[in-house]
Design a protein around this ligand. Sequence first.
Ligand code: GDG
Length: 508
Amino acid sequence: ESNEMPAAGENQLLMVYHRLPYEIREVNGERKHVPPTSPNGIIPSLMGFFREGRSGTWIAWEEVEKTGSQLRNIYIDEEKYPNLLAGRIGLTKKEVELFYKVFSKEAFWPTIFSFIDKASFNHDHWDHYVRINRLFAEKTAKEADYGANVWIHDYNLWMVPGILRQLRPDLNIAFFHHTSFPPADIFNIIPWRGDIIGSLLQCDYIGFHIPRYAENFVDVVRSLLPVTVLEEQNCTERFLSYSCPLGVEKMPRLIEAGSRKVKLGAHPIGVHTGYIKECYEKAQRRKLVQQLRDQVGENKKIVLSVERLDYVKGPLEKIYAFQEFLEEYPEFHGKVELINICTPPAKGMKIYEKVQQELEQAVGKINGKYSRIGWTPIHFFFRSFPFEELVAYYAVSDIAWITPLRDGLNLVAKEYVAVQGLKEENKGVVIISEFAGVSVEMGYALRTNPYDKRSLKDVLLQAILMEPEERDMRMSRLFDTVNYYDIGYWSNDFMQEMESIKSLQYHF
Ligand code: GDG
């Protein structure tokens, strides 16, 4: 029975995302804001909150010419979102590159995914990172009303909660990790581990894709300071816990560390099934799916791989396994084709150059050795397709071969299911890496260990040979899950959890 006044910021949401929810394009010589083309629907879904009576500011960087340039707040789309402003942090191209493309990708990205040999730690770059994080925190502090909700996204902004809490003890701060969260002995190679964990503990709520990452997080905290788990939750219902390397039976839900109580949650992200259905129907009307099928030929199995170029996705391991597959099973020559869509990384990311070279070489070698008129074993596309076309590839493929060495979740698997589940029959098979977060949600997929060529080859063979009845049964069940736990579910669930903390925080 508190007689506290409702907080002024109770219905206010500050979305702290490194990217703005629009792109700036030159249209007839004029700078125009256009919605980004993001198929997974994260941005539209987050935008949705601002149509449900919440007001707020979306905080992100925008490129400016000169360091320190101030940008005023603007409407993103005044008609559609009259209660939403863009709070822009002006950063120069150089500042962004160092913060996002160099430091975050050299120090944090490899560590997060347990590629510790690839990690490098530059202290000057870290100072720059903290400086940029401070700008985000200061901007948020300036925009927030008393008791407002703040939702911060991803490891690029790890230091924001700590700085923000100092500036604004009243705020309800939540954080979501789009990546994995590694085990303690991996995370702790980061020289600034204490600063990062100290900052994260200033959150009220921290979300991860899957329970295992929350458990890893608590292990890291435990390695740095005493921690008590106050609440735990069984996670057998939605998440696999047996014979699944990323599965856990229980996860910590409320912890106490230092003087802080922090709630934790698992929120595997979803896809926008409605939008994907629309794209599928359009692709059908344009006869894209049939065209692809005609080009490949009726009697061939299409194996599809879609991923950003990144060593974390294990592209080479897959290609070499495919090579061995061809060597071992000559009966499939001319009958199985691998379509490999590899989206190039953003310009300026040097760390990906080597893997690109090696990949192109390997594909060239394999095709040179095996292809014949009418059959090329690997179709390698080092480019990005419009989403509708990607959907046509999803629809036409018999197998999605998704084999990252590590992945926070993996949306490609869910998009494939969202498309294949719409088919009446002759549905495809999903092969998913045991080390992609999504594998704990996909009991009806075939799981593979991408570090083991034997496993890659055997599971591929199993998928090729699977009977239509089994394929349809598995895919229908997968579709039910993907359709239910869609992107709307993800964002609402997270929002509900973070808003429920508010009643707790006064007692902390
Ligand atoms: C990070 C985490 C986590 C790919 N090729 C094309 C294209 N794509 C789109 C897909 C999909 C997206 O890119 C890739 O999403 P993933 O989830 O598979 O992987 P990351 O990019 O690494 O994302 C990951 C995710 O964040 C969300 O939290 O799941 O674990 O690493 O949506 O459709 N889109 C188009 N053309 C292409 O050629 N239009």
